[in-house]
Design a protein around this ligand. Structure first.
Ligand code: MV4
Length: 497
């Protein structure tokens, strides 16, 4: 087993990894940029080194600086977290050349899964369902048009090198096809330096369901069930849960098996996530594989009772998986809300500034993976996610109640966050019923339209009476010493039903 690991990341995920290393008796090396001198991950690690200026391409993305630091400190392995260098095959190769271990899959697996066309081709012969389409780069536009007509409109033109929704274009009809294709190709060329695009049938109202897999270096692969991640804006997830409210045991087994086959197709090792679209008539299709630990991994940890970072470290050290598929089962329900520094009521506009007061919730079934402290400035250089709030309970209903309670308890003063959006989702009928898809936000979240209903005359009279009662109660209390309630801190959190 490794005795020292370098964590090539920052924020909540660096802290998350350090915690598991401490439990395993592994020493930790943190890296930080000039903007993160006072960050908590720096203080939590056994050693910490500044690796450059604030912009990530001058610090967290500096491969050679990180490799040199491994040698200097004697770290044998690197945990890349998510983002930054986590899916960078060049970094994986450079580490291997230097005799260092990446806690992640092989560079070959990253290469295959980094290309949408290559990944579809790789899994095709493994019986993994694919969206109808052409799984190769379009070279002849007229031939592609013929295929598009066969598939039937609308079709989707996708960039092979794209990801997270970048380089995608819906084409509604035959007449728009050729110009859309040209635009998609030139967009892909300038965004990714690769103009390879392909076409798929457009799946109209899909759910985004992903399967967590874990594989070792001896050919063992297990799936750890699904996460439902349909509530997203701009291809960024905001609410994730496990299990999904709509999968039957049969469908779960089929999707799990397909995910295991995707992992086998690229000889995967470590933790990975296989993304699927689930159509409204319950057909599922492979989309892509993420070759890293994901932000939302805690919901899986809570329902299967495993520490995924610990499992990643063990398989990277060459150990076999410590469980078989039949050892795994789902216990209860977990829901995660991403707490991001942005204003849901201003089209999720990113929000920077100082968090003057920060009081995270706690109590039964609540987990907070965060990196915040009162008085901390939010750096403008990085992702604006401050924390992940996760609730576990025996049933979905209770997990929802718990998460609502925890949101109400959460105090963040100084900036707007997505906590208020969480409140909206967790009280919305469609979410409560489990009846939603990737269009949830577009369909239901319209804060610019203001309160849903105007007050009736009767309601106005009721409010006026309540105000009068409050006024007199406060006057009576004014003489007595007052304790400020935490909800007073939250009075600026806007309410929306
Ligand atoms: C699709 C699709 C509909 N049909 N492919 C978006 C990101 C990338 N991973 C794939 N994406 C989609 N691919 C076909 N053939 C709809 C989406 C999509 C989406 C997928 C998952 C979660 C949210 C989404 C939001 C918009 C579009």
């Amino acid at each position: 087993m490794f005795t020292k690991i370098l964590i090539a990341n920052r924020g909540e995920i660096a802290i998350r990894v350090i915690r598991t290393c401490k439990e395993m008796g592994i020493a930790t090396v943190a890296v930080y940029s000039e903007a993160d001198r006072v960050a908590r991950h720096v203080r939590m690690a056994d050693e910490a080194y500044c690796i450059g200026p604030a912009p990530s391409n001058q610090s967290y993305l500096q491969m050679e600086t990180i490799i040199d630091l491994c040698k200097k400190t004697g770290a044998q392995a690197v945990h890349p977290g998510y983002g930054f260098l986590s899916e960078n095959a060049t970094f994986a190769r450079r580490l291997a050349e230097e005799g260092l271990v990446l806690i992640g899959p092989s560079p070959e697996a990253m290469d295959v899964m980094g290309s949408k066309i290559a990944s579809k081709q790789a899994v095709e012969s493994y019986g993994v369902p694919l969206v109808p389409g052409i799984n190769e780069a379009i070279v002849d536009p007229e031939a592609a048009l013929k295929v598009a007509c066969q598939i039937g409109f609308p079709v989707l033109v996708k960039a092979s090198a794209g990801g997270g929704g970048k380089g995608m274009r819906v084409v509604e009809s035959e007449a728009d096809f050729l110009s859309a294709l040209q635009m998609a190709q030139s967009e892909a060329r300038s965004a990714f330096g690769d103009d390879a695009v392909f076409i798929e049938k457009y799946v109209g109202s899909p759910r985004h369901i992903e399967i967590q897999i874990m594989a070792d270096q001896h050919g063992n692969v297990c799936h750890l069930f699904e996460r439902e991640c349909s509530i997203q804006r701009r291809h960024q997830k905001l609410v994730e849960e496990a299990p999904s409210a709509v999968l039957t045991p049969e469908l779960r087994e089929k999707m799990g098996e397909a995910a295991v086959n995707v992992a086998k197709a690229c000889r995967y090792s470590g933790a990975g996530t296989v993304e699927f679209l689930l159509s409204d008539n319950r057909d599922f299709y492979f989309l892509e594989m993420n070759t890293r630990l994901q932000v939302e991994h805690p919901v899986t940890e809570m329902i299967v009772g495993l520490d995924l970072v610990k499992e990643q470290i063990k398989v990277a050290a060459g150990e076999p998986l410590s469980f078989r598929q039949e050892d795994l089962s789902i216990n209860g329900h977990a829901i995660e809300l991403r707490v991001c520094a942005e204003d849901p009521y201003q089209q999720f506009l990113p929000n920077v500034g100082q968090v003057t007061t920060y009081l995270p919730p706690n109590g039964p079934g609540i987990r907070v993976d965060d990196c915040m402290e009162s008085g901390m400035e939010i750096p403008i250089y990085y992702d604006n996610m401050l924390a992940k709030l996760i609730a576990w309970a025996p049933t979905r209903e209770e997990a929802i109640e718990r998460l609502r309670r925890a949101i109400a308890e959460y105090v963040v003063v100084g900036i707007e966050t997505t906590l208020s959006f969480g409140e909206f989702v967790l009280t919305h009928e469609a979410f409560l019923k489990g009846e939603f898809d990737t269009h949830f936000i577009a369909q239901y979240f319209h804060p610019e339209e203001g309160p849903e209903s105007r007050l009736s005359e009767e309601e106005k009279r009721g409010l006026a009476a309540a105000a009068a009662v409050l006024f007199h109660a406060q006057k009576a209390q004014a003489a007595a010493p007052q304790v400020q309630t935490e909800s007073a801190w939250q009075k600026n959190r806007r309410q929306l039903r």
